[in-house]
Design a protein around this ligand. Structure first.
Ligand code: NDP
Length: 479
């Protein structure tokens, strides 16, 4: 397609796919929105409760899974004494026995963290520019996207370690409680290190002035060690591979015990493989995402990525395995139910993958950072040719083609269906495999409301026009 316009830098303003480039100049509104402090999550009190509540909940659920076949346990009496006794005897005592930090757990978890940081530094991959940042007056940061080469290398390397017996992957599940404790401790430590360093270096951004709130939301936007972007590394390189290897570990353990891998356990390995693989193969799309562009790198992102995601999203796999170990029975379903869930997972994954890809590639085209990669799988409909969009007065474009012409958050709907399938594959014996789905509904609805509010401010009447054109958020004609 012929070049139609030239921007102020003399570069073509429309790419070959008919997508105009972003403007690089920041407006006062961009800077205002980027600096605006709005207390979220219930403000300082809310975030303190979350920082104490997340680890406590993780230990509580761990006790339910480890000692009670996933049943939710409650105090025998709700008097003060009854609750204290429950916490001390049922939770703390069991955590001391089964989830105390150990040297082997530290070696496994911190060894992997260090290994993944080294790979992020040295492996080859394309360098992609992020979005123009208001805090850099429209300047862009560069991101080395070597997630895919690191991921493939890790798959081969881990198989070699397991087969040769140098490191049996079943050790992960055998040390689950202790590894989780190390991850929790690391989540707090890394947050303190990142925030403390940012303060010492004077890299504060969008500060509220409340120490607890700023610890939670973060101090700086893009902490880096040389070319290693800590926020992007933490988003993709630790949580999803750890989650995947937890499921692989469960499957290998089942194989060791029974000589087979059941349908539900294989389902979880596939589900976690797809999610992890998607994060690595589409890594070049991440620099233009909301977390990288807007969110600061605080407890919320660091803790959640280092400990929360891998050690709470894994309950389905852990439940299937613990059930087997304690009852001696394998959870199985009818063929129709199992195959139906495999089809649901693959269909939801398809919409999730292509939905994210359509929007992110569209934004990369505007950013001038679009690249094609031979990453597996490249699904049909992941890149829209000659897309339709609304051109806003702000300058950015809002995509209205592909899944983005059907609903405003197609990737959220698909992601939620995936998370529900992770629960359904375990049956109805425990709530815990459904925890991720329930939690995710809250996370995504909260994200949607934050995002819509921000977009309404940013795009004004163009946002209304967009909402009129694409009236439904999650499900066409329903919501
Ligand atoms: P989105 O991909 O929804 O990004 C929101 C931003 O995209 C908006 O602020 C706006 O940015 C831009 N935008 C919105 N609509 C359009 C449009 N029609 N055309 C062009 N740009 C648009 O955000 P997330 O980063 O939240 O989600 C990415 C993926 O990550 C999702 O699949 C989600 O499910 C997943 N996720 C998974 C989590 C997990 O724990 N498993 C947690 C969170 C997310 P701008 O203002 O720049 O225009």
């Amino acid at each position: 397609m012929a070049v139609k316009e030239v921007n102020e830098e003399g570069k073509p303003a429309v790419n070959a796919n008919g997508v105009p480039l972003f403007k690089n100049k920041m407006t006062k509104l961009d800077e205002k929105l980027d600096n605006e402090v709005v207390y979220e999550f219930g403000g300082p009190i809310g975030v303190v409760c979350m920082m104490l509540g997340f680890p406590s909940l993780m230990y509580y659920f761990w006790v339910c899974l480890e000692f009670n076949q996933g049943r939710i346990i409650t105090p025998a009496s709700y008097t003060k004494e009854g609750i204290i006794q429950f916490v001390l005897e049922e939770i703390v005592a069991k955590v001391k026995v089964g989830a105390a930090p150990t040297l082997i757990a530290a070696k496994i978890y911190l060894g992997f963290v260090l290994y993944s940081a080294i790979l992020a530094y040295v492996m080859p991959g394309p360098v992609i520019e992020g979005l123009p940042l208001p805090s850099l007056k429209g300047g862009k940061l560069k991101y080395l996207c070597n997630g895919l080469t690191s991921w493939y290398f890790t798959l081969i390397f881990s198989a070699v370690l397991h087969v040769t017996g140098i490191f049996r992957l079943t050790s992960i599940i055998e040390n689950f409680g202790s590894i989780m404790t190390i991850a929790i401790m690391w989540g707090f430590t890394l947050t303190a290190l990142v925030n403390g360093t940012a303060v010492i270096m004077g890299k504060q951004h969008r500060m509220s002035g409340n120490v607890f709130y700023d610890f939670f939301m973060g101090v700086c936007l893009n902490p880096r060690i040389g070319k290693l972007d800590l926020k992007m590394w933490a988003e993709t390189r630790v949580p999803w591979p750890v989650l995947f290897f937890l499921s692989v570990s469960c499957a290998l353990k089942q194989y060791e015990l029974r000589g087979y891998v059941s349908g539900p356990v294989a389902f979880m390995v596939l589900a976690h493989f797809l999610y992890c693989n998607a994060c690595q193969k589409g890594e070049e799309c991440i620099p233009t995402s909301w977390d990288i562009f807007y969110e600061k790198d605080g407890f919320m992102l660091i803790f959640w990525n280092m400990a929360g995601v891998p050690f709470t999203y894994c309950y389905s796999s852990i439940y299937l395995m613990k059930y087997e170990l304690t009852t001696g029975q394998t959870i199985q379903h009818s063929w129709a139910y199992t195959v139906g869930l495999f089809i649901t997972l693959l269909f939801a994954y398809y919409i999730f993958d292509t939905g994210n890809s359509q929007k992110n590639r569209f934004r990369m085209e505007q950013n001038g950072s679009f690249v094609t990669r031979a990453a597996f799988p490249q699904l049909p409909y992941g890149h829209i040719k000659n897309p339709t969009y609304i051109k806003t007065e702000h300058g950015n474009l809002l995509l209205t083609s592909g899944w983005w012409g059907v609903v405003r958050k197609p990737h959220y709907t698909a992601d939620l269906i995936q998370s529900l399938s992770w629960g359904l594959i375990t049956g109805a014996g425990s709530f815990l495999p459904y925890f991720y789905f329930c939690f995710f509904v809250c996370v995504l609805t909260h994200r949607v409301s934050r995002d819509m509010e921000r977009c309404a401010k940013k795009y004004g009447k163009d946002w209304d026009k967009y909402c009129e054109k694409v009236p439904y958020i999650f499900v066409p004609y329903v919501f």
